[in-house]
Design a protein around this ligand. Sequence first.
Ligand SMILES: O=C(O)CCC(=O)C(=O)O
Ligand SMILES: [Mn+2]
Length: 198
Amino acid sequence: MDLFDDIPLQLPDAELRYEPHFLTPGEASDWLERLVAETPWERPEVYLHGRHYPVPRLVAWYGDPEASYTYSGLTHQPLPWTPLLAEIRSRVQDAVGQPLNGVLLNYYRDGQDSMGWHSDDEPELGRNPTVASLNLGETRRFDLRRKGSNRIECSLDLGHGALLVMSGPTQHHWQHQVAKTRIPCAPRLNLTFRWIRR
Ligand SMILES: O=C(O)CCC(=O)C(=O)O
Ligand SMILES: [Mn+2]
């Protein structure tokens, strides 16, 4: 085994596991191409300061029938697992050793697509949720900061085939973002697998 295949990241009040080469490049490219083509992408609107704004990326929510999920201020019913997403889920579940009943797909079309600062701390995720993030396509910078602080404490370049698992108290103490960038960027697809409580 490659010593650098599974990198535990030391951040206080967080549990992070990072596997840059979780997938082979060939497998990651195959999944990227198929997922981009087969996903019914949506662009939900958020309501902010009295106006509706479309989120700056494309999204889709898949899961078991009971796994409805509120994000961007709206409750989404899950689409049923496709054979491909069921296969990917089973690979990710084996890696984290826990069941996962939903996945949020985020498609960043270019460097202007982004995700603002937030924690994955919605009530339906419960206490100390495990969120497993699989990355396909362009490498984008993933930043972490403590809740209540503006200082970025840790940045990870999440590349093609990388898996990042956030668990334990991470979501209660830390926020994360994928910022816009002026660097020309190919598309990136991120899949965050979660466990939604009934
Ligand atoms: O695209 C990413 O790496 C982050 C996605 C994310 O934070 C989320 O779906 O909650
Ligand atoms: Mn998140």
